[in-house]
Design a binder for this molecule. Sequence first.
Ligand SMILES: CCCCCCC/C=C/C(=O)SCCNC(=O)CCNC(=O)[C@H](O)C(C)(C)COP(=O)(O)OP(=O)(O)OC[C@H]1O[C@@H](n2cnc3c(N)ncnc32)[C@H](O)[C@@H]1OP(=O)(O)O
Ligand SMILES: Cc1cc2nc3c(=O)[nH]c(=O)nc-3n(C[C@H](O)[C@H](O)[C@H](O)COP(=O)(O)OP(=O)(O)OC[C@H]3O[C@@H](n4cnc5c(N)ncnc54)[C@H](O)[C@@H]3O)c2cc1C
Length: 620
Amino acid sequence: MEALDYHAEERRKAEFDVEEMKIVWAGSRQAYEISDRVARLVASDPVFRKDNRTMLSRKDLFKDTLRKAAHAWKRIIELRLSEEEASKLRFFVDQPVFTDLHWGMFIPAIKGQGNEEQQQKWLPMAYKMQIIGCYAQTELGHGSNVQGLETTATFDPETDEFVIHSPTLTSSKWWPGGLGKVSTHALIYARLITDGQDHGVHGFIVQLRSLDDHLPLPGITVGDIGMKFGSGAYNSMDNGVLRFDHVRILRDQMLMGVSQVTREGKFMQSDVPRQLVYGTMVYVRQKIVADASCALSRAVCIATRYSVVRRQFGSHNGGPETQVIDYKTQQSRLFPLLASAYAFRFVGEWLKWLYTDVTQRLQASDFSTLPEVHACTAGLKSVTTSATADAIEECRKLCGGHGYLSSSGLPELFAVYVPACTYEGDNVVLLLQVARFLMKTVSQLGSGKKPVGTIAYMGRSEHLLQCRCEVERAEDWLKPNVILEAFEARAARMSVTCAKNLNNFANQEEGFAQLATDLAEAAVAHVQLIIVSKFIEKLQQDIPGKGVKRQLEILFNVYALSLLHKHLGDFVASGCITPKQGALANEQLRLLYSQVHFDNPSLLLYMVLLLERLLQSTSF
Ligand SMILES: CCCCCCC/C=C/C(=O)SCCNC(=O)CCNC(=O)[C@H](O)C(C)(C)COP(=O)(O)OP(=O)(O)OC[C@H]1O[C@@H](n2cnc3c(N)ncnc32)[C@H](O)[C@@H]1OP(=O)(O)O
Ligand SMILES: Cc1cc2nc3c(=O)[nH]c(=O)nc-3n(C[C@H](O)[C@H](O)[C@H](O)COP(=O)(O)OP(=O)(O)OC[C@H]3O[C@@H](n4cnc5c(N)ncnc54)[C@H](O)[C@@H]3O)c2cc1C
């Protein structure tokens, strides 16, 4: 049989409503239709071809990227695409490009941190791409530690200007995407200084290049930082370096939504938390979580197609060899990744809701949910990107030697994806932010302040710290409430243990530094609980379509039990389940793998083929 016949054969056996499953994946019928239409548009346009990009030199790759960006813009205008359609189109073009930062960070930063006048001045030009912006925060010396940035913005009351300066080599801006070659403007983060006083880091809009001949303006030194990991991959992006030599900008180029500097040079802090200066990062982290399921599903799709077609060993009497998908080891490596793609999809949807909710609250001066939103975006960004990066590499191995070929699509997917573990906040640094939030929550437990939202379970910590899991048979592990309680108990116990251990240190900061590994693990436990609980909430919704809900329930159980198996040490050590119950969970997991594949083999293929148009460059 040919590869295509194998796929067709598997698909014919579908026992659930495939069209409805596609809608579940997309989030709504309308989102599915947009996605489907735009995917076809991109796939049928020769300018957007991607089969040759790993073979291009950096220069040609960059030209190809510019050509695609210009063509994408032309099509967006010609077809009068909505914002949602335009962003889908850029997503399907699927090549890191300066417009990611222009639309994804520069514009959101002005919207989030600029006052109304500033938005009216800058946004129309940015929307029409008359100016192109990047987000220049990171410096050579400091990326994670934003408060350590060294670039200065000193107010000069005589001229009503700020003087932007790079006082040291380490203060050079380093990494911003779109900066190296393309951007005309940058949103830079610099220490605000008025009358000799340092007010910390704030955002400023600075023009870098002439709008006439694109040459750098006086006092600006700018360039590309060079080749990055892999061939093709992120090298389509012009990550850049930038230095300022006493560059003057108008006072109103400081984003004044959070703080202001008056004509007299007086610094005024609005009645809002200073952390709103970090708002764009929160926005992008939320988007990164939503995108994790896309990268993961692509890798899983490739590995599944390969596993169905590939045969090794087991031929009897000259008959066909065994499909590698039939090996338990292949299943136990692949199916949890498929389940994770759906889990990340649903938690990404929820996070988008949470972000919209906090945005509305902020507009009404309600800052109460900001710490939770920061913890959720930081934690979910960390856990989903780390898991996705590892999963792409696992999928490469699942495809044997063929996975190492560029034509499998996996090496490039990996090279483009892995920096997501670093950019927008190093994943460990972000977990420690979550841990800080958790420790604060635990310390307030006795104060009468009731934990709400994703930390509501901490309010039941008295029960969670002593409850015993009631699983006696493997099938007991199929009950969502049993799974949820085990995850809650593990998360609560790990956090409370860390909090107790912190109390052994006279100095909290020192304790936090010494216990950082345990704290990061407690943060992972908390974030995995969020993902599990949001999957359960999804299953409680009305999900139409024959058999769709049933298949999602199987995937939920695979996701939760495979996590439990992987982190069995945590669950057992914190005493919330016994080793025997852990073994029963594993037994149930094995049975579930058989259901994913043998009861309904087509489930597997359908669920992973939803994004197959993205895979133009793959040959499996
Ligand atoms: C779709 C677009 C395409 C994607 C392309 C990607 C291109 C990549 C772009 C980038 O990488 S841009 C640069 C991104 N840089 C980072 O992410 C830097 C990471 N570092 C930080 O975010 C911060 O420095 C830090 C680690 C959070 C620490 O900040 P700071 O020192 O100021 O805070 P702490 O003292 O630790 O905490 C003080 C207080 O503030 C709270 N907090 C911190 N961050 C936020 C936030 N974003 N929102 C709300 N609140 C925040 C923190 O929890 C503390 O609270 P309390 O404990 O005091 O209550
Ligand atoms: C592809 C790519 C694109 C990027 N695009 C942009 C952009 O457009 N604009 C922009 O401004 N920036 C951008 N960045 C920069 C990015 O945001 C930073 O690289 C990131 O925030 C990490 O900072 P760092 O490089 O200083 O890492 P470091 O902080 O130096 O991290 C190095 C190691 O130290 C560890 N570490 C650091 N602090 C702690 C701590 N407190 N506790 C425990 N461990 C710690 C980390 O876990 C890591 O293992 C980009 C980076 C990449 C790779």
